[in-house]
Design a protein around this ligand. Structure first.
Ligand SMILES: [Mn+2]
Length: 326
């Protein structure tokens, strides 16, 4: 079977200060090229690694515009939820989001927790680890999804987590590939980390992150890289074939990303770092994101999981009301 994988499209209505183009127009062109590539490579399914939308409540106009393009795909579209698709990092809010709406309407299919099995020239299990606040903390259970049965030829796990090849800033929870024990997946398709990483094979699993389809920052990395998709070919008894296909419709970084704003951002980032440092010196809590504070406190005070879950649900509701007011 053949698959096309793309991730982090961040579909949104308004353009960003950091970009000089109309993001919606650019995204439309890119997604039409994805549709073209899906047909050209005759893939059995398109897989989306999360952050389809830039926020859970993208305008109806934008959702209509892009749902139409997505539904023109010549094959099924499977997706996993990213942090931008849901409210307050809580996958339970999915039914209230635009991604949830597209799933309900059958424009795409969110991969259920237990995974699904596709029957083509071989049997492929698709599993998903959607983003959740603790995906890269503790035992990292989300990465250890098992095969449903022994007749599965290939197991693909789509992950929307901070999966990286090298250790990252300690303040941001992340998972280093080499630190994972052997997984029960043949291929891990990762989103979330927009720069992507070089495809790697570790402990019998391929790890792939082609980078975000939309360049959302003005970093040197984003300036220099070309958004791309993955064509994955799985055949019984043959080696797994992975091809990275850069989009021809993607403009050069310096044509769409503003260098002026890049300098500005640099300055802001420095100021922010200084501010964070100050907080760190003043406050004992290591992390000050409300969800992190909640986690830290509940651990410290040994609060029961039921209570923590309820608090998280309430935070999600609150976040949703706030976002609506934005
Ligand atoms: Mn993203």
């Amino acid at each position: 079977m053949k698959f096309l994988f793309l991730t982090d499209t961040h579909i949104r209505t308004n353009s960003m200060r950091s970009r000089m183009d109309s993001i919606a127009d650019t995204l439309e062109t890119k997604l039409k090229e994805v549709n073209f590539l899906a047909k050209k490579y005759a893939v059995d399914a398109v897989l989306h690694g999360g952050d389809l939308f830039d926020r859970p409540d993208v305008t109806v106009m934008t959702v209509s515009r892009f749902a139409k393009i997505l539904s023109e795909l010549s094959c099924p579209l499977y997706a996993v939820a990213g942090n931008h698709d849901i409210y307050a990092h809580n996958p339970k809010t999915l039914p209230r989001t635009m991604l949830g709406l597209l799933d309900a309407l059958g424009v795409l299919q969110l991969i259920p927790e237990e995974g699904i099995v596709l029957h083509g020239d071989c049997q492929v299990q698709l599993s998903a680890a959607p983003f959740r606040y603790d995906i890269d903390r503790g035992e990292r259970e989300a990465y250890y999804v098992k095969r449903q049965n022994e007749s599965i030829d290939y197991h693909i796990l789509m992950v929307h987590g901070m999966l990286l090849k090298k250790p990252f800033i300690a303040d941001i929870s992340h998972t280093v590939i080499a630190d994972l024990d052997e997984l029960d997946a043949d291929v891990v398709l990762a989103g979330h980390y927009h720069n992507g990483f070089e495809t790697t094979f570790e402990k019998n699993t391929w790890f792939i992150n082609p980078g975000s389809l939309l360049r959302t920052s003005n970093s040197t990395m984003d300036m220099e890289r070309t958004p791309q998709v993955v064509i994955l070919t799985l055949e019984k008894g043959k080696e797994i074939n992975i091809e990275l296909v850069p989009l021809v419709s993607a403009q050069k970084g310096d044509l769409v990303l503003s260098r002026e704003v890049a300098k500005d951002n640099e300055l802001r980032r420095e100021n922010l770092e200084r501010f964070k440092q100050l907080i760190r010196e003043q406050v004992e809590l290591e992390r000050y994101d409300i969800l992190n504070v909640l986690q830290e406190l509940s651990k410290k005070e040994q609060v029961e999981q039921d209570v923590v879950d309820e608090a998280l649900a309430r935070l999600a509701d609150l976040k949703e009301t706030q976002d609506e007011e934005d």
